[in-house]
Ligand binder design. Structure first.
Ligand code: HEC
Ligand code: HEC
Ligand code: HEC
Ligand code: HEC
Length: 187
């Protein structure tokens, strides 16, 4: 029982950190490698300014606090900086081949549909929210869920506990290693 409490405490601390409403660049992830060309940046901010290598970008507002920007990234290393009154976030990424990127940087795995925010989000009482697991099962087969998860989707309806659905560098877009992901509830 003590184990469960301790793990629940750690999970709570993580949630509180994520719940902070400072600026956040959600895509691409820090130290990731993308193909050269256009990439969609996803950001959370209040009236923030986004720059690529010091040049201002146009942020398109998808809903309260939620923005995207289309970025043309030439081959090489780049820096995105998001700044608002609550703080500053910096994300470095590399456009090109993973073998040319700084050591340890990993290929960014995109997750569709990036630009169609409404596939997973809605505005509720003036706030940008996740529309819930039903939006995921518009594309993913519910019947297959137990194979990868051991559970049915009722217990794991909070997909965002474990996944980063804007894409990430991890297999299955996991935020945590599989064993740690399950330990959020199983001490
Ligand atoms: C495939 C589903 C999916 C798509 C498409 C998607 N998102 Fe998300 N997004 C999520 C999930 C899941 C979360 C986590 C929600 C949570 O933690 O409450 C999230 C979180 C966010 C957050 C952070 C919310 C917060 O308060 O921390 C922002 C901002 C955001 N998305 C913006 C966007 C924008 C803008 C687009 C379109 C360009 C987009 N998203 C497309 C699934 C998606
Ligand atoms: C519009 C369709 C669509 C929606 C909505 C959608 N997905 Fe996906 N998802 C896909 C497709 C297509 C792939 C395969 C992409 C690839 O591998 O290139 C994928 C891949 C994934 C993967 C990675 C699979 C792997 O083996 O690497 C995960 C995890 C995932 N989706 C989770 C989610 C979650 C969680 C949601 C809801 C927040 C969601 N998806 C909503 C279409 C969708
Ligand atoms: C407790 C953590 C956890 C939660 C919560 C979770 N997942 Fe997963 N998911 C995983 C793990 C771990 C894998 C990778 C399994 C593997 O390596 O085979 C995975 C794999 C996937 C995959 C790719 C494998 C497949 O079956 O195609 C999809 C899609 C996916 N999850 C969707 C979702 C959706 C949708 C939700 C919310 C309803 C969700 N997940 C909630 C941990 C989680
Ligand atoms: C959101 C909390 C939560 C997460 C995250 C979670 N589980 Fe569970 N798990 C439960 C609950 C509650 C039960 C008991 C009720 C049930 O079986 O549905 C359970 C039961 C189980 C059982 C049945 C045996 C037992 O110990 O009672 C297995 C096996 C299991 N989980 C595996 C996993 C795996 C593997 C993961 C990661 C992919 C995971 N769980 C993630 C909440 C969770």
């Amino acid at each position: 029982m003590a184990g469960v409490t301790r793990v629940a405490g750690a999970a709570l601390a993580v949630c509180l950190l994520l719940a902070a409403d400072g600026p956040e660049i959600l895509r691409p992830t820090h130290e990731s490698v993308v193909p050269p060309g256009e990439i969609t940046v996803v950001a959370r901010t209040k009236q923030g300014k986004l720059t690529l290598d010091g040049k201002p970008l146009v942020l398109a507002e998808a809903g309260p606090g939620a923005f995207s920007a289309e970025v043309e990234a030439a081959p090489g290393r780049h820096e995105l900086v998001l700044e608002d009154t609550a703080g500053t976030r910096t994300v470095s990424f590399f456009a090109g081949d993973a073998k040319d990127a700084p050591e340890g940087w990993r290929r960014f795995r995109s997750h569709p549909p990036v630009a169609a925010c409404g596939a997973c989000h809605k505005v509720e009482e003036g706030a940008w929210t996740f529309a819930g697991d039903a939006s995921c099962f518009g594309c993913h087969e519910k019947e297959k869920f137990p194979e990868a998860h051991t559970h049915n989707p009722v217990v794991l309806a909070e997909c965002q506990m474990c996944h980063l659905p804007h894409g990430s560098t991890a297999p299955a877009h996991l935020k945590l290693r599989r064993d740690l992901a399950c330990k959020q509830c199983h001490g």
